[in-house]
Design a protein around this ligand. Structure first.
Ligand SMILES: *[C@@H]1O[C@H](CO)[C@@H](O)[C@H](O)[C@H]1NC(C)=O
Ligand SMILES: *[C@@H]1O[C@H](CO)[C@@H](O)[C@H](O)[C@H]1NC(C)=O
Ligand SMILES: *[C@@H]1O[C@H](CO)[C@@H](O)[C@H](O)[C@H]1NC(C)=O
Ligand SMILES: *[C@@H]1O[C@H](CO)[C@@H](O)[C@H](O)[C@H]1NC(C)=O
Ligand SMILES: *[C@@H]1O[C@H](CO)[C@@H](O)[C@H](O)[C@H]1NC(C)=O
Length: 394
């Protein structure tokens, strides 16, 4: 922003100079060439500082993890998420019956999807085990074969609140894409750092999926009930939620760097490393720490059933008040949804994203109002230059 201001100042200085000379110089040709020169200078300076203009949308790689409960959600999710210039990588959980997977694959072969929706090899995943993080890292490696700017992970129970063009243009803004920002969601906590370090790193958990054939695996995480021999007092510990929006440059670093490999191994026996890895890696070095932004634009309803640590609630099982909350949120995505077809999704398509299938069913003023909320939230998140290294962020 400072740079833009400086460019503007220089530009107006140029203009003033041009004016002054116009009064003294007599030849219109000279005046004209000076104006041309000034304009060229401005254009070149702007281009040099903002290599991509604010109007060029970001390409996005979506990683969608599909579970047995959410495989039927996929058609509707893809319909509202799909854009020909994005890339979509779909992972089907190993526990999904083969007949359902082959139906889904047939559907993905349809014309609009077959160019940019790809199915990943199936891997067994243990809930809260390192295999969850490994699966995401494998998806990033695979995605890096294609052209995109941001990586976003979703599960089958997520649903977008904005249409694909809007998300692409928001993330394509010069103050987002130009700064190569990375977005994580901090999680509120009522526990302290020591409690977390002990619970997540201080005990040894064995992810059984790493040690047996994927096809026969039930994917369990075994708590050895043994404390870890490592001393974690100096470790960078950053706790976030698992949903992320990551810039390509950081993705390359995460999957290809020695630091990334080292951190991944050091979390091999941790619990829920998917909530620790990216935050810690981002805050370890100066290069990426500056890009860390504490909002991943998700709407999640924690603690519905009393405790803060319960899993997120199903939005389509809450009463209608949730609609107002969603509209106020300015989030890009919401979760979780129990049903693949629900009135709440219809509401979102008609009044928030504008993705309703019947064109006359879209409430344009309501959609515009929500987009404004999302833009405000994006602006608020990116205006804050975050975060101090090694701090406990929950
Ligand atoms: C990515 O999304 C899934 C939702 O399927 C989530 O469980 C996981 O923790 C996410 N994050 C990472 C880093 O794998
Ligand atoms: C875990 O270990 C502690 C002692 O270190 C023991 O009291 C407790 O019963 C053990 N829990 C399980 C589930 O084995
Ligand atoms: C762990 O490391 C810290 C700092 O490096 C040190 O002060 C502390 O005594 C160590 N704890 C143990 C149990 O070795
Ligand atoms: C969209 O919102 C209007 C009120 O603003 C409501 O009457 C309508 O039912 C909503 N659409 C859906 C599909 O829920
Ligand atoms: C469209 O949305 C606006 C703003 O939320 C609302 O006031 C209006 O009643 C809606 N129109 C229709 C036809 O539902």
């Amino acid at each position: 922003m400072c740079l833009a201001h400086e460019v503007d100042k220089q530009a107006s200085r140029h203009r003033r100079n041009v004016h002054r000379r116009r009064r003294t110089a007599s030849s219109p040709a000279t005046v004209f060439s000076r104006i041309l020169l000034a304009i060229a200078t401005i254009v070149i300076l702007r281009w040099a500082w903002f290599p991509r203009s604010s109007s060029s949308p970001a390409n996005i790689a979506y990683f969608i993890q599909v579970s047995p409960e959410t495989v039927l959600h996929l058609p509707r999710l893809l319909r509202v998420l799909h854009h020909p210039k994005n890339v979509y990588l779909v992972h089907f959980d190993i526990k999904i019956p083969a007949s359902l997977i082959s139906r889904a694959q047939t559907f993905l072969q349809s014309n609009s999807y077959k160019k940019n929706v790809f199915v990943l090899p199936q891997e067994a995943i243990a809930y809260a085990g390192i295999s969850m993080l490994l699966n995401t890292i494998n998806a990033i490696s695979e995605a890096l074969r294609y052209n995109w700017d941001f990586f976003i992970n979703l599960s089958g129970t997520d649903y977008p609140l904005l249409n694909p063009d809007r998300i692409r243009s928001f993330l394509g803004r010069a103050d987002v894409l130009g700064r190569r920002l990375n977005f994580l969601q901090a999680q509120e906590a009522d526990k302290d750092k020591e409690w977390f370090v002990n619970k997540r790193l201080g005990r040894i958990y064995i992810d059984t999926t790493l040690h047996s054939k994927a096809s026969q695996n039930d994917g369990t995480l075994i708590d050895l009930n043994t404390s870890s021999p490592y001393n974690f007092s100096d470790v960078t510990f950053v706790k976030s939620e698992g949903w992320v929006i990551l810039h390509r440059s950081f993705c390359e670093y995460a999957v290809n760097s020695a630091s990334g490999r080292r951190l991944l191994l050091s979390y091999a026996t941790a619990r829920a490393a998917d909530e620790l890895f990216f935050g810690a890696l981002l805050s370890e070095g100066d290069e990426f720490r500056r890009t860390m932004t504490w909002d991943s634009f998700r709407f999640i309803k924690w603690g519905l059933h009393g405790t803060r640590w319960s899993r997120p609630g199903y939005l389509d099982e809450i009463d209608e008040e949730i609609r107002e909350e969603l509209r106020e949120s300015g989030a890009f995505f919401a979760r979780k949804f129990r049903n693949c077809e629900s009135e709440l999704k219809d509401f979102i398509d008609e009044n928030m994203s504008g993705m309703a299938q019947r064109a006359y069913g879209v409430n344009d003023s309501s959609v515009a109002e929500f987009a404004q909320k999302a833009e405000t939230r994006l602006h608020r998140a990116t205006a804050v230059q975050s975060v101090t290294a090694g701090h406990f962020q929950v």
